[in-house]
Design a protein around this ligand. Structure first.
Ligand SMILES: [Fe+2]
Ligand SMILES: [Fe+2]
Length: 153
């Protein structure tokens, strides 16, 4: 779908809200995941938290560059004390994030915003790693991001 620069600002602000959501979820989940089998993924989630912070800064920079105002509202974060529920929530969010960034990449290229596209490409690469880390921790194959459907909850 073709978008205007104004639409792109709105869509990037949605992406920013998903990055805030991811930061919060990874900060909380990395500390409350308990159990020997989750020790290594808990450590991994701390790394994800700092990567999501960098994504939020990058997306904010481009919103500002496009003349928009970065928003300050995260998408809601699911709280649970069950490890699998937390990992599933992260997996579903990463899947949606990837689906959105794949669209954003095409939209940026259509607007000839190649520098933004380049940064989104790098963010996308990291989000796919996050998805794989979560699927591995759940003992599953990562969901197919080329399919438009939502990840199973
Ligand atoms: Fe991110
Ligand atoms: Fe991520």
């Amino acid at each position: 779908m073709a978008v205007s620069r104004e639409d792109l600002v709105t869509l990037l602000n949605e992406d920013l809200s998903r990055e805030y959501q991811a930061i919060i979820a990874y900060v909380v989940y990395s500390q409350v995941l308990k159990g020997a089998e989750y020790m290594s993924i808990a450590k991994e989630l701390e790394t994800h938290a700092s990567e999501e912070l960098q994504h939020a800064i990058t997306i904010s920079k481009h919103i500002d560059y496009l003349g928009g105002m970065p928003n300050a509202t995260p998408k809601p974060v699911k709280l649970s004390d069950d490890a699998k529920t937390m990992l599933r929530a992260d997996l579903a969010n990463e899947f949606e994030t990837i689906r959105q960034y794949r669209e954003r990449l095409k939209q940026c290229e259509a607007l000839e915003e190649y520098a933004i596209a380049e940064d989104i490409r790098e963010i996308l690469r990291q989000e796919q790693e996050h998805l794989t880390d979560l699927a591995t921790a759940l003992g599953e194959d990562p969901p197919d991001v080329s399919k438009g459907a939502k990840a199973k909850k």
